[in-house]
Ligand binder design. Structure first.
Ligand code: ATR
Length: 276
């Protein structure tokens, strides 16, 4: 049976083995997918061992996405832009190919699953770490009208703007600012790409940014209760709010497609995960 895994540290709560098993069952693919905790000082060595053991590919999660980018022999354009890799393909010719399916996972969840309009819309992105870098390319490809990136450390938001502005389509404005300088302009869509939710916190965004038609999307998820950001949106009467479970399933589906050449139906898997 072909072997795959998700690697990270910590990894014990990963839903990826469950998601990929559901995909495999649904598409009649014979494969094994496990979660492996790797040692931050041994990443390259341990990946080499996985290749040696016959693994066909791995997904990569925190904190190894940049390291995975660095060991890839070749990168897809979206992985190259993201500076991070969440999917490695161990090719038969011995080369390691790196891809990043996070951004397409986000846009597919927003557009296909939730019918959120991105084109010409005003979007606020919270955070400027690796998670945000990973999704900006696919987000800008949807031609929003404005993307404002805000971060506690503004210099990191400035850097992302410098990197992504040249590739953004002509009519998309892309800018950075501090939380204090956000003012009271309303946004159509607010995407939380910070890790504040890990500590049950919400970034310091003024309530005024939320209009009656604003949609909030948290890249983090929690299947037991609303995430802190989803709760923030609920409390303030956002039009709609979503957590990142759909993004997780969609990025997994894209990785599955890269490895197996077959696209699983994500709706059933999402419904199963939400149920239990
Ligand atoms: P990741 O790879 O998950 O993006 P990261 O690169 O460490 O992780 O980035 C975490 C992001 O969450 C950063 O944008 C961070 O802001 P700073 O760059 O200013 O540190 C943001 N973040 C984390 N905790 C936060 C909080 N409590 N409020 C606001 N932003 C927070």
């Amino acid at each position: 049976m072909d072997k795959y895994a998700v690697v990270g540290n910590p990894i014990n709560h990963s839903l990826s083995p469950r998601i990929h098993s559901l995909f495999a069952a649904e598409t009649n693919q014979q494969l094994e997918y496990q979660a492996l905790e790797l040692d931050p000082d041994q990443f390259e060595h341990q990946v080499a061992e996985l290749i040696e053991a016959g693994f066909k590919g791995i997904n990569i999660t925190v904190p190894f996405k940049e390291k995975a980018w660095a060991i890839a022999d070749k990168l897809s354009p979206r992985a190259s832009d993201a500076g991070a890799v969440n999917t490695l393909i161990f090719q038969d010719d011995g080369l390691i190919a790196g891809d990043n399916t996070d951004g397409i996972g986000l846009t597919r969840d927003m557009i296909t699953n939730h019918h959120i309009l991105i084109k010409h819309r005003k979007i606020l992105v919270l955070g400027a770490g690796g998670a945000v870098r990973g999704i900006l390319g696919p987000l800008l490809a949807q031609k929003p009208g404005l993307v404002t990136i805000t971060n506690r450390t503004v210099a990191k938001a400035d850097e992302l703007v410098e990197q992504f502005r040249p590739g953004s389509i002509d009519n998309t404005e892309i800018q950075s600012c501090s939380y204090e300088d956000l003012g009271n302009e309303k946004f159509d869509l607010i995407i939380n790409g910070t890790s504040a939710g890990l500590h049950n916190e919400v970034p310091p965004i003024p309530d005024e940014l939320l209009g009656i038609n604003s949609i909030c999307y948290d890249m983090m998820y929690n299947i037991e209760k609303p995430t802190a950001f989803v709760q923030w949106a609920l409390d303030r009467g956002a039009l709609r709010q979503f957590d990142g479970l759909g993004m997780l399933v969609e990025q997994a589906a894209e990785a599955f497609f890269i490895w197996r050449g077959i696209r699983p139906d994500t709706q059933e898997v999402l419904a199963t995960l939400r149920q239990n």
